[in-house]
Design a binder for this molecule. Structure first.
Ligand SMILES: Cc1cc2nc3c(=O)[nH]c(=O)nc-3n(C[C@H](O)[C@H](O)[C@H](O)COP(=O)(O)OP(=O)(O)OC[C@H]3O[C@@H](n4cnc5c(N)ncnc54)[C@H](O)[C@@H]3O)c2cc1C
Length: 323
């Protein structure tokens, strides 16, 4: 755990997160950090826009006046990424890449953000701007077509009589395995022998369910591939063993945005959109939400930039009042 307490921790390095970071520096708020799970900022733009794609400021014809200081204009994928590179570097933004936030917990007046690697950092304010394009990580080997409906990335579709394999070694995997083991024949598979990334509560739950004989484990072995046997997944492990399951749940990172928001305890409306105030503050005081997450569908770069500006203007005001 880092001892430093950041003023603002920004989760997600797309337009909403970048604007929150840059506008903070312009307002002279120090000790801010931008946390991005990709190898660089703007993963959505890099991954989903075609090279040379035209980028419209008034996306899909919806006119948006820019309120903040970032001079975003019509251009291309490349010119947009160049603009973001430039403003991040010019404003010396402390950006930490390859850092995926797994959950956020409140401890007194401070938020503790935990990464999927088990690192923790603390902040007084949090901006969540993780977009809507997050997809759970998939295994490197193919999932045969005939069993795709037996393979899941959360535990929502498991029935009580299913024999389940949960794959993964983080908090989500352990939580799914513990929960399913109460009613199902459940095995937890992790490629390592030790669960070094999980919190103490999950460690206790894991030990308890293993000791009580409810949860089986397959530790220190990886999966070579999946085959189909009688319409079910047959899993071949690196130790040469094989086993057939009714269903497999992979929890190997890349939590879907809605699951992330629920995990953090944010109130959502019936469409899964976080309930926020006019300054984009969530149901949890001092946690703000920006960008595409605020839209049932749609959203745009200009909107995300404006959200970032509005949020840090509000945070700045609160910090001034505290002085
Ligand atoms: C194909 C396509 C074309 C588009 N064209 C345009 C256009 O021309 N003009 C326009 O204005 N808009 C366009 N958009 C929409 C625009 O890209 C989005 O509105 C904008 O990117 C939203 O910004 P955001 O910050 O909310 O989210 P995103 O840009 O999605 O950024 C979210 C970031 O958070 C990171 N992240 C996710 N989860 C975590 C986590 N747990 N921990 C750390 N980091 C995390 C992601 O890796 C990502 O970098 C287009 C979208 C698509 C898909």
């Amino acid at each position: 755990m880092e001892n430093k307490i950041y003023n603002i921790a920004i989760v997600g390095g797309g337009p909403g997160g970048i604007a929150s970071a840059v506008e903070s520096v312009i307002l002279k708020i120090d000790d801010i950090i931008l946390l991005e799970k990709g190898e660089n900022h703007s993963t959505t733009i890099r991954r989903f826009y075609k090279d040379n794609k035209r980028v419209d400021k008034d996306y899909k014809g919806v006119k948006v006046n820019l309120d903040g200081n970032i001079r975003f204009m019509d251009g291309t994928k490349e010119s947009t990424l160049d603009l973001f590179d430039e403003i991040l570097s010019k404003n010396n933004i402390d950006a930490r890449f390859k850092t995926e936030i797994d959950n956020i917990k409140k401890e007194g007046d401070i938020f503790v953000l935990r990464t999927t690697n088990g690192d923790e950092l603390k902040a007084r304010f949090v901006v969540i701007s993780i977009g809507k394009m997050g997809v759970p990580n998939k295994p490197a080997y193919p999932i045969p077509l005939d069993i795709r409906n037996k393979v899941f990335f959360n535990a929502n579709s498991i029935n009580n009589d299913d024999k389940v394999l949960v794959v993964g070694g983080g908090n989500s995997a352990v939580e799914y395995a513990y929960f399913l083991a109460q009613s199902n024949d459940t095995t937890l598979n992790y490629r390592r022998n030790e669960f070094s990334r999980i919190n103490d509560t999950n460690k206790d739950l894991l030990d308890k369910s293993i000791n009580e004989g409810k949860l089986k484990t397959k530790l220190g072995v990886d999966i070579v591939n999946l085959e189909v046997q009688d319409g079910k997944p047959k899993v071949n492990f690196t130790d040469g063993s094989s086993e057939v399951f009714d269903k497999i749940v992979y929890a190997i990172g890349g939590v879907a945005p809605i699951d992330f928001l629920k995990k953090c305890g944010l109130e959502l409306d019936s469409a899964g959109v976080p309930i926020v105030s006019s300054s984009c503050e969530s149901s949890i005081k001092n946690i703000f939400v920006s960008g595409d997450l605020l839209f049932k569908s749609g959203g745009s770069i200009a909107n995300a930039l404006n959200n970032g500006f509005d949020i840090v203007t509000e945070i700045y005001k609160r910090m001034q009042e505290e002085k």
